[in-house]
Structures are given as structure tokens and as C-alpha cells.
Write a protein that binds this ligand. Structure first.
Ligand code: ATP
Ligand code: MG
Length: 576
């Protein structure tokens, strides 16, 4: 491709909202174009890289025995009502009506659609196992679309669904996909860490997220350097503090603690450690019609943070159907008092208590009275929980739930996730098969997603410098850029054309920068675009010499035209 003919517009300035390198660079290179918030289009270079990622995914999926199909983005509400997710998915589900008022949505994921195909097409164990996938545009009306392709409202996803007779079959299908994902992300040039994950709105039991390590990632992961524990902090289990078995329970007392609304304030005022206090968090929940249907008070030790995912899992409600309560309104019903709420004497609300609190003695908690706290509060005697379970966030330095060593934290970009769904969808939607004895069983399912466009952004996050992108060969829009310094110079132009033709003949994807621009501009653009190999044809062209440089290396080499061509062919074939 000749750059002079290509539709490309690089930018010097990008909008302020672009904060992270991938967003900035994908806009600056003109690879993507924003239409509205969270909705992007792809220009020629950007689309080429997207298609390369898709091709890697296709090869690995096909090689794993999966079959590609393509389903519609428009999905009828009825299927989502059957599975129960028309409500559970919440406001992220992009809903629409047709002219007759019938409800539809734009698919954020396709479990219902694939289950529907299978329940109609599969009847016998002989047709199983099976894995179907598609690479398709997804829609999620995200609350906070940001970071460009990273969290957008329209994006490309590869989604696959496996169908097995039983859980052993599912384990095998899951492992096959897990291994394929490992290969896919490696081939895309990503350093990825698979971590245990929560199953969220998709449901099911077991799940791993593939996280591309990056400071700008929105996923926080906890991992242990001593053992192999690695999980999202949403999912990671916590070790409870040792129960205080030999401590005598003292009489509970209300003490005056004026103006001490936070844990820091009350611990300071009473001169106690935060680990001797109980923190209250107050919530209101909503039903399917968006009406308030109850209050929840959650309690964790004062130095801990509440893990919202663990709380909604304990309550068995979707994440979007709970929010912080108006304390005054909740107080009128339950007896809580903003800033002074404790578990003793609360009523008409669901009390959820972190699993370590029952073992801790003589704690300080809110007194449910303005300016008062209760001291020597003990579980069982003074309060109980409707639910007692692990509600804590595993923080950096906390003991590893597997081996006890202090855990580390890192940030990453979730580029893919695999789930063991089990029979959640096949049971609610009636996808059954008959075994050898004509007996009916629900099909056991798994689902497997890769964010194609998010992967593109993750690659740029891991491969760039201050001058631009540094594409790994496998997903680079072009392999080689020939920078023709003086297009008007006949000798230079002839040499550049020759290299261009020879490389193309060898199957190399080449960009020829034949624009009538200053050399400085061309070099800057070549760095910005990040094409892995640059061959510069300049003043020594007459002597058959050119300059050869890899984008990832600092130094450049002068060499003969022939050597430059053969070096380029060799590295492209090795790395593409
Ligand atoms: P997140 O936790 O980041 O919202 P998710 O867990 O909801 O993602 P999945 O339902 O597992 O996402 O979707 C499969 C893949 O699709 C994700 O691993 C991610 O790579 C990609 N993806 C999800 N949401 C978006 C989005 N808003 N923009 C771009 N890619 C996305
Ligand atoms: Mg996910």
C-alpha cells in the first residue's frame, strides 16, 4: 500500500478525555475514530490489526475443534425472559422496541441465543460434545464508557459456547479453551495471567479471567509469589482473623463519642485499634420493577473493606439492584443512625456479618444513637447475623488464602474470560439430550469470551514508547514500512519501488511512504504507526545502500538493498 493513496489522518493533538496510552495512540495514529461516547469506528490500519487478531483467534478456535457461526446482534426479549436475565442484566442491556412495541435487545453476550439453537437442533448424546463460536459485535450500555476501546458500548467479541453430556466433558472442554486462550494471547504478543474470577451476570460456578498485566487495567488481581494462587480481588477469598477463644466477654456499654462518625475518628477518640471496631455499610435493594424492597446492613471489621461482589453473591441478587441507602430513611424503618450504626438492636433489615466477626470479642460498634458507640459488643450475646459469610476485600499484604504468605496486588486488563456454566441455561430454557437409554438430561454448558477490540488496546498498552506504538509482528497492520526520503529523486524512487515489489512478492505486507512530506514528518509518523521494520531509502540509494531499523530497537544499520530485503523477509516469516 502506498501511504500517499491511503486514507489516513494522524493527529498531533487528541481530546483530553483520552487519558491512557492505547486510547491516545489509537486516536493519534488515526486507527480508530470516535462516533459518540463508547462507540468507535476503525480506519484502514486499525481494521487490519483487528482482522489479524480475529484471524489468530479463528485459527486457534478451529484448531481446537470449535465451529464458527454468526448470529444476529438483535435478540428477542422472550429468550432473555426465559433465562431470567431480562431483569438480572440490568441497565447495561441495550433494549429496544420494534414498530409493534415488541421488546428486543442488542446482544451483550449470546448464551440465550446459542442455548436456543442447541435445544432445537440437538436431541441425542451422539451430537455431543460440541463447541460453537462467533466473532461478532456486542452492545453494552456501560455506565462509564472510557479508555477508548477498553470499555466501549459497542465492541467486537469472540464468544464460544461448549455443550457436553456431563461435568467431566465440561472440564475437558473448559481446559481445551483455557489452553487455546493461552496460545491466542501469546500469539498476539500479550503477557497474560489467568486468574480465578467471579462469574457475575453470566452465572455458573467456575471461571478464569485472562488478564493482560498493565497499570491502566481496571481489574485488580491478588496473587501469591509463594504458591500459584491468583484471583481477582472481587473473587479472592480472605483468611479470617484468629478467633479470640480465651477472652472473657465484658458487659456491653453505651459510651458518648460526640461527632465521631468514621472508624478513624472513633478509634482515635476511644484510643483503640481499628481492628477492635466494627464498620457498618447500609444499603437499599430494588425489585424487578425498580421499586425499593428492603434494607441491608453489612458489617466488617473496621480496618477491612467491604467487597460488593461478595455481598451481592451472599444476597443472591444482581449487582445493579442494590445501592447505598439514604440513612435517614433507613433509620426510620430499622433504627440505624448515620455514622453511629451498629448491629445491636437493628430491625427490619437483612443483617450480613463478615465471617470473622463472630470470633472477635469486646468490639466497638455504632450505638444506633446519635453520638454514641457501644463497646464490648460480642456476637451471639449482643447481635447475630441473618447471613454470616466472607465479605472482605483481600488487600495487599494480607495472608494468602492458600499458603498464608503475604499476597501481592497487580492491575490488569481483562481480555478474556472462561466460565463453567453447568446447566443454568439448559435447565431454565429446556436444552436437553437423550442418553443411550432414551433418558433426558440437561446439556452441560461452558462459555468463553475474548474482547477482540479490547485485546487490540491491551496490545498497544504493553507495546509502546513515548514516540508511538511498537506493534508485535503478528498483529501489526503492516510488517514493513519503506520510508522514501525524496520521492522526486529518481534513483531513490526506483530503489524504493524495487524493494516494495520484491517484499510484496515474498508475501510481506508493505507500506511505501511515498508522500511528498519532509523526512522528519515521515520518520515521526513511522514511529507513531509502529510498523515493526523500517527500511529507509535515502541519499545512498545510488550506491545500493539503505538503512534498516526495527521499531523496537534503538539502533539502525546501513546495508545493501538485497540484505535489507532478505532480513525483512526472514524476520517477518519468523514473527508473523
Ligand atoms: P468487565 O468486567 O470488564 O466489564 P465482563 O466480565 O463483563 O467485563 P465478559 O462478559 O466476560 O466481560 O465479556 C467477555 C470479554 O469481552 C471480556 O473479557 C472483555 O475482554 C470484553 N469486554 C467486556 N466488556 C467490554 C467493553 N465494554 N468494551 C470492550 N470489551 C469488553
Ligand atoms: Mg468478564
Amino acid at each position: 500500500m502506498r501511504l500517499s493513496k491511503m486514507h489516513i489522518k494522524t493527529l498531533r493533538e487528541v481530546p483530553n478525555e483520552a487519558e491512557i496510552p492505547s486510547h491516545i495512540l489509537l486516536l493519534r495514529t488515526g486507527m480508530i475514530r470516535k462516533l459518540v461516547s463508547g462507540v468507535y469506528g476503525f480506519m484502514p490500519m486499525g481494521w487490519r490489526s483487528v482482522r489479524k487478531i480475529e484471524e489468530i483467534i479463528r485459527q486457534e478456535m478451529d484448531g481446537s475443534g470449535a465451529q464458527e457461526i454468526h448470529m444476529s446482534a438483535v435478540q428477542p426479549a422472550e429468550l432473555w425472559q426465559e433465562s431470567g436475565r431480562w431483569f438480572a442484566y440490568g441497565p447495561e442491556l441495550w433494549r429496544l422496541k420494534d414498530r409493534n412495541g415488541r421488546d428486543f435487545c442488542l446482544g451483550p453476550t449470546h448464551e440465550e441465543i446459542f442455548t436456543d439453537i442447541i435445544r432445537n437442533d440437538v436431541s441425542s448424546y451422539r451430537q455431543l460434545p460440541m463447541n460453537l463460536y462467533q466473532i461478532q459485535t456486542k452492545y453494552r450500555d456501560e455506565a462509564r464508557p472510557r479508555f477508548g476501546l477498553m470499555r466501549s458500548r459497542e465492541f467486537i467479541m469472540k464468544d464460544a459456547y461448549s455443550f457436553d453430556r456431563d461435568y467431566e466433558g465440561l472440564d475437558e472442554s473448559y481446559q481445551t479453551m483455557y489452553d487455546a486462550y493461552d496460545r491466542i494471547f501469546k500469539r498476539c504478543g500479550l503477557e497474560c495471567r489467568p486468574v480465578e474470577a467471579d462469574t457475575g451476570a453470566i452465572g455458573g460456578s467456575n471461571s478464569h479471567e485472562f488478564t493482560a498485566i498493565s497499570e491502566v487495567g481496571e481489574s485488580e488481581i491478588a496473587y501469591c509469589e509463594k504458591c500459584s494462587m491468583a484471583a481477582t480481588t472481587e473473587r479472592a477469598e480472605c483468611v479470617d482473623a484468629e478467633p479470640q477463644t480465651d477472652v472473657a466477654e465484658l458487659p456491653m456499654e453505651l459510651v458518648n463519642t460526640p461527632g465521631t462518625k468514621t472508624i478513624e475518628e472513633v478509634a482515635g477518640f476511644l484510643n483503640i485499634d481499628k481492628t477492635q471496631t466494627i464498620k457498618a455499610l447500609l444499603f437499599v435493594t430494588y425489585d424487578n420493577d425498580g421499586k425499593e424492597n428492603g434494607y441491608v446492613a453489612a458489617f466488617v471489621r473496621g480496618d477491612r473493606d467491604l467487597n460488593m461482589i461478595k455481598l451481592v453473591n451472599a444476597l443472591n441478587i444482581p449487582e445493579h439492584s442494590i445501592e447505598f441507602a439514604d440513612e435517614a430513611k433507613m433509620g426510620a424503618v430499622t433504627g440505624c443512625v448515620g455514622g453511629f450504626t451498629g448491629p445491636c438492636g437493628l430491625h427490619d433489615c437483612t443483617i450480613v456479618v463478615d465471617s470473622e466477626l463472630p470470633g472477635l470479642k469486646n468490639m466497638c460498634a455504632g450505638g444506633n444513637k446519635e453520638d454514641y458507640h457501644a463497646i464490648n459488643v460480642n456476637y451471639g450475646r449482643d447481635y447475630t447475623g441473618d447471613i454470616v459469610t466472607d465479605l472482605k476485600v483481600l488487600k495487599e499484604g494480607d495472608p494468602c488464602p492458600v499458603c498464608g504468605a503475604p499476597v501481592k496486588h497487580a492491575r490488569g486488563i481483562e481480555v478474556g474470560q472462561v466460565f463453567k456454566l453447568g446447566t443454568k441455561y439448559s435447565e431454565s430454557m429446556g436444552a436437553m439430550y437423550k442418553d443411550e437409554n432414551q433418558k433426558d438430561h440437561p446439556i452441560v454448558m461452558g462459555c468463553y469470551g475474548i474482547g477482540v477490540t479490547r485485546t487490540l488496546a491491551a496490545v498497544v498498552e504493553q507495546h509502546h514508547d513515548e514516540n508511538g506504538i511498537i506493534w508485535p509482528m503478528s498483529v501489526a497492520p503492516y510488517h514493513v514500512i519503506i520510508t522514501l526520503v525524496k520521492p522526486d529523486d529518481e534513483v531513490q524512487a526506483e530503489v524504493a519501488e524495487r524493494i516494495y515489489t520484491e517484499l510484496q512478492k515474498a508475501g510481506v505486507e508493505v507500506l511505501l511512504d511515498d508522500r511528498k512530506e519532509r523526512p522528519g514528518v515521515k520518520f515521526k509518523d513511522a514511529d507513531l504507526l509502529g510498523i515493526p521494520v523500517r527500511i529507509t531509502v535515502g541519499k545512498f540509494a545510488g550506491e545500493g545502500k539503505v538503512e534498516y531499523k526495527l521499531r523496537r530497537d534503538a539502533d539502525k544499520q546501513e546495508m545493501s538493498v538485497e540484505d535489507a530485503i532478505s532480513n525483512a523477509i526472514e524476520i517477518v516469516n519468523k514473527e508473523k
